[in-house]
Design a protein around this ligand. Structure first.
Ligand code: CAA
Ligand code: NAD
Length: 509
């Protein structure tokens, strides 16, 4: 067995098992660092596919001028592809397992590793959520098993979660953290708990997005746009689910549900249906989007922009909130009236994510023509994304008219049904609540939570920093409105969030 911290320079040969989405990226990363890599797959055809993916990634780097032909060839020369696990791991200083997210497969493989590896080889698993303690407990030398959790795409995302079990001596975790840094990543060290930091926060949010799609709150494109244009995230949740792979997404949510319970983790039925249909996302050609026909990636479900723009709109202002919008509309030659009349094609009211637009629509007297407008506060971007909110009683053509108006005046907009939190805040604030719960449970500090989400998922700012910007009191009030409307206890503000809101305290200084 190992003793003391092994320095990264002493890890010269690494076996990567499973050359799928993650394994091929990890093998590339390790080979780029100058180490020898045994790239191991279950059979020849998967080996060829994995190596083709790895080569394509290196070729792309060459074509972008980031790598020379000679450097690519040297990297490839350090990789030994094989479908023989025992031979592949025999001389490895470290094994990184990246086979599918199924406990029975992982356990069977670790049984093989018990026989085939040297006793001092460190065994790391890239599992997204499974119990590393259970994997370690089933092996002969459980102390050498730990988690080394990379993020997709592995060559790009900067985070590695290094996960210790109760059996892991600190030296092993330290060695893996040092190695992660040597590979150009930032390690965050955590203990073994389902989903670790990132997936325990990311997956309930992704699941929430599927439920919004499933309950027709908005189109898939608008749900994704709420996250990118509204929150500034690099990818929308449905696009990200497709990138990770829907089979993996489902497996992760099942593990989280078993550990934590509750509606945030129970996989949305639509996710299960897509998996049953073997639509696994980008890797199988189709998931929430269809990657075989690129035109379907961006085309909106309905082309609202082509509906006629009304000649007159009524704009019911409150506290000057829509003054700027009124000027923008007037500037395009559309008449703006202070109250609806028979001439009015559309009635615009200021929408607040804590209150139903329906009530304002009824008060306005022309409920079928009403659209609520809510501008998402998004950092320095002015104006932020506009959420066009439609109560269910509006006329069929109102959405199209509102979208046409938005297109005419150059407003970046999404269309959503009239539910508390609308699109952007419902997605974001439920995740902020989860992040506070993680801190409240003593699992990770606010700084570590923010770092993990920024480096693992490309967030521009961490969830707790974003929460501070909005203010805990505001987040609590939107969550309470979401809870009141749905009755779902998952939206109840966690006690620590309610305390911080009452005291006006920030999570980050
Ligand atoms: N492999 C290698 N490199 C890749 C790549 C891939 N699959 N995809 C993109 N890149 C590289 C590009 O070559 C480019 O590199 P250079 O800047 O050196 O030229 C760089 O990444 C940026 O790529 P693009 O300009 O093409 O694309 P982008 O700016 O839209 O960024 C992205 C793409 C990095 C994926 C970005 O959209 C992003 O950060 N998305 C969020 C991804 C995320 O959240 N990942 C975590 C998922 S959860 C997880 O992984 C854990 C789990 O257990 C499931
Ligand atoms: P994948 O399905 O793309 O690839 C898994 C590969 O493992 C396949 O090519 C398969 O042929 C191979 N395989 C299966 N059994 C094997 C065995 N016994 N020996 C050798 N190879 C075997 O899966 P993935 O998305 O790369 O995920 C792999 C692991 O990484 C999972 O535990 C997953 O949860 C985790 N992970 C995935 C992501 C992601 O975004 N997809 C991110 C981080 C971690």
């Amino acid at each position: 067995m190992t003793s003391g911290v092994i320095q990264p320079t002493d890890i010269r040969e690494v076996a990567v098992i499973g050359l799928g989405l993650m394994g091929s990226g990890i093998a590339e990363l390790v080979a780029r660092s100058g180490r020898r890599v045994d790239a191991i797959e279950i059979d020849r055809s998967f080996l060829d596919q994995g190596m083709a993916r790895l080569r394509a990634s290196l070729d792309k780097a060459v074509s972008r001028g980031k790598l020379t032909d000679a450097a690519r060839d040297e990297i490839l020369a350090r990789i030994r592809p094989t479908d023989d696990v025992a031979a592949g791991v025999a001389d490895a200083d470290l094994v990184i397992e990246a086979i599918p997210e199924r406990m029975e497969l992982k356990k069977a493989l670790f049984d093989q590793l018990d026989e085939a590896c040297r006793a001092d080889t460190i065994l790391a698993t890239n599992t997204s959520s499974l119990s590393i303690t259970e994997i370690a407990g089933g092996t002969r030398y459980g102390a050498r098993v730990a988690g080394m959790h990379f993020f997709n795409p592995a060559p790009v995302m900067k985070l590695v979660e290094v996960i210790s079990t109760v059996l892991t001596p600190p030296e092993i975790a330290e060695t893996l953290a040092l190695l992660s840094s040597d590979l150009g990543k930032t390690p965050v060290q955590v203990s073994d708990r389902a989903g670790f930091v990132v997936n325990a926060l990311l997956f309930p949010y992704l699941n929430h997005a599927i439920r919004l799609l499933e309950t027709a709150q908005a189109t898939r494109e608008d749900i994704d746009k709420a996250a990118t244009a509204g929150l500034g995230l690099p990818m929308g949740p449905l696009t990200l689910l497709d990138l990770v792979g829907l089979d993996t997404d489902l497996a992760i949510l099942e593990t989280l549900q078993a550990e934590f319970g509750g509606s945030r983790y129970a996989p949305a039925p639509l996710l299960r249906k897509l998996c049953d249909a073997r639509l696994f996302g980008r890797k199988s050609g189709r998931g929430f989007y269809d990657y075989r026909r690129p035109s379907t990636l961006t085309a909106p479900a309905e082309d609202h922009g082509r509906a006629p723009v009304p000649a007159e709109v009524a704009l019911i202002r409150e506290d000057g909130r829509l003054d700027e919008l009124a000027s923008q509309i007037t500037a395009t030659g559309i008449r703006v009236a202070p109250q609806p009349s028979d001439e009015t094609g559309l009635v615009i009211v200021a929408a607040d994510p804590r209150h139903r637009v329906l009530d304002a629509a009824l008060a306005a007297g022309h409920p079928a023509d009403v659209v609520g407008v809510h501008f998402v506060e998004s950092g320095n971007r002015k104006p932020g994304l506009a959420e066009l909110v439609l109560p269910d009683i509006t006329a069929a053509g109102t959405a199209a008219k509102a979208a046409a108006l938005a297109a005419r005046i150059g407003l970046d907009a999404v269309i959503t049904r009239d539910r508390p939190g609308f699109l952007t805040e419902t997605l974001a604030y439920a995740q902020f609540n989860d992040a506070v719960r993680m801190f409240q449970d003593g699992y990770a500090s606010p700084a570590d939570i923010d770092t993990a989400m920024m480096l693992g998922c490309g967030y521009p700012r961490g969830p707790l920093q974003m929460l501070d910007e909005v203010g805990a009191a505001r987040v609590v009030s939107v969550l309470e409105a979401m809870h009141a409307a749905t009755g779902d206890p998952a939206f109840t503000p966690v006690p620590l969030l309610a305390e911080y809101a009452a005291a006006g305290t920030r999570f980050r200084n």
